[in-house]
Design a protein around this ligand. Structure first.
Ligand SMILES: [Fe+2]
Ligand SMILES: [Fe+2]
Ligand SMILES: [Fe+2]
Length: 432
């Protein structure tokens, strides 16, 4: 199939790009994840690990704090000594361990705050912890100590001193020595503080070259839909719903099986640009002011620019990021009109509206069937949304509502399990 022949998405490029978005919520975090990946790889390489091992560490580093949902929690990790670091590490582990392509990275994420503790931290119960976990732990703390805006070489001595002060308690002494040796090279510090992090990452040998198949791509898209949605209690199941409604609608209008799966992936990612929108705007319990609306409007633009960085996602990007474009040209941010708007993008627009109006928002309750039907049909007759797709959606309203509801219940359960710790019943032994 033509559409798939150009769909060669590489694991490394995808993760490096998505990893950046984990730090979009606060500009002061300036690519924390990618910097940790760079520092960790410098250490792993000097420590003599194989390229395969380094690649597993790279994958884990790009996702290591994925279990942190709120900005407040994220900022609290910026302290050198964190009080309870295990919870977000466990949550991250729970989020990724089921995904085949990330399963090697999962235990590394789980233990990225495990203390060395005189060598006891080499093991977790009976199992030996991947050395990458201790490497990311060290790299993460170095990154936190580094003041990116300040001249970097003069920070060398105080940082080495602070790390040494935690030798054997927090960090593996052998790794601390590797770091101390590395710290003699200016290039180590220039790498760690380089402003154009992407340039270092995308040409590095450590970036996994592996090409993803459709199942694997869908897994990672699903994972990121959780990153996008779990930020706010109001959107916990939004992308899951849009994904399901969009792919079902696509099938109803005659898309092929593969196209429907691409549509599901696009649905998971359509709001990825919302990671750049402040939570106060996402959760404002009233209609947005003009200035706030202007910021809100950037979200599809960001979705587009983020997905555009990954080769092979072109079709998915069009379907995902044009979901606020309208048939009459009155949408945003590109003002596409009528025929220039791909059918897939029109389906996504309908799926997004249909899902959004059925969900509760800070300023209103979800609409009942009658109101929802009226709203979408009205948008169709005004030529904002595609008339034909609206017709199909209206004719299958109950069915779409049911599939959406089912999938959203599942995700809500996953979220509750993460929140309440059901997926990690044993508390970390060092958490006393
Ligand atoms: Fe962390
Ligand atoms: Fe971190
Ligand atoms: Fe949306």
């Amino acid at each position: 199939m033509e559409m798939l022949s150009n769909m060669r998405v590489k694991l490394g490029a995808l993760l490096a790009t998505f990893s950046k978005t984990l730090d979009y919520v606060d500009r002061t975090l300036s690519s924390h994840h990618l910097r940790v990946a760079i520092i960790a790889d410098d250490i792993a390489k000097a420590y003599g690990l194989s390229l395969q091992s380094r690649r597993d560490i790279f994958v884990a580093a790009t996702l290591h704090d994925i279990g942190v949902f709120s900005l407040r929690e994220k900022l609290s990790l910026g302290e050198y000594d964190i009080k309870n670091p295990y919870e977000h590490a466990e949550k991250g582990y729970c989020m990724i361990k089921e995904f085949v392509v990330l399963s090697d990275a999962a235990p590394i994420v789980r233990h990225h705050h495990t203390r060395w503790d005189d060598g006891r931290g080499r093991y977790y119960g009976q199992e030996e912890i991947h050395p990458g976990a201790h490497i990311i732990h060290l790299a993460d703390r170095i990154e936190i100590l580094l003041n990116k805006g300040d001249e970097v070489l003069k920070q060398k001595d105080p940082i080495v001193k602070a790390i040494r002060a935690r030798t054997n308690t927090l960090f593996n002494p052998r790794l601390v020595e590797v770091f101390a040796d590395l710290s003699e090279k200016e290039s180590f510090w220039f790498d760690a503080s380089y402003s154009e992090v992407d340039e270092l990452i995308f040409n590095s040998e450590v970036i996994p070259e592996k090409e993803l198949n459709l199942d694997e791509l869908e897994e990672i898209a699903r994972l990121f839909s959780h990153v996008i949605d779990f930020r706010s209690v109001f959107t916990v199941v939004h992308s899951a719903g849009v994904s399901e409604v969009a792919s079902t609608l696509a099938r109803l209008v005659g898309f092929s099986t593969i196209e429907c799966r691409l549509m599901a992936i696009a649905g998971h990612l359509h709001d990825i640009g919302k990671l750049a929108v402040p939570t106060e705007i996402l959760e404002k319990p009233a209609k947005l002011e003009e200035a706030e609306m202007n910021i809100m409007k950037t979200h599809t633009y960001y979705s587009y620019t983020i997905l555009n960085l990954v080769k092979g996602l072109e079709t998915i990007n069009m379907w995902a990021s044009f979901h606020h474009e309208r048939m009459d040209g009155a949408g945003y941010p590109f003002h596409f009109k009528g025929d220039s708007l791909p059918i897939g993008s029109r389906i996504m627009a309908v799926a997004d509206v249909l899902t959004a109006i059925s969900e509760d928002r800070p300023y209103r309750k979800g609409m009942d069937k009658e109101t929802a039907l009226f709203v979408i049909q009205d948008l169709g007759s005004k030529n904002a949304l595609d008339k034909t797709i609206i017709k199909t959606a209206a004719a299958n309203f109950d069915y779409l509502d049911e599939v959406r509801h089912d999938v959203q219940e599942l995700v809500r359960q996953e979220y509750t399990n993460l929140k309440t710790g059901i997926c990690f019943p044993d508390s970390h032994p060092q958490n006393t």
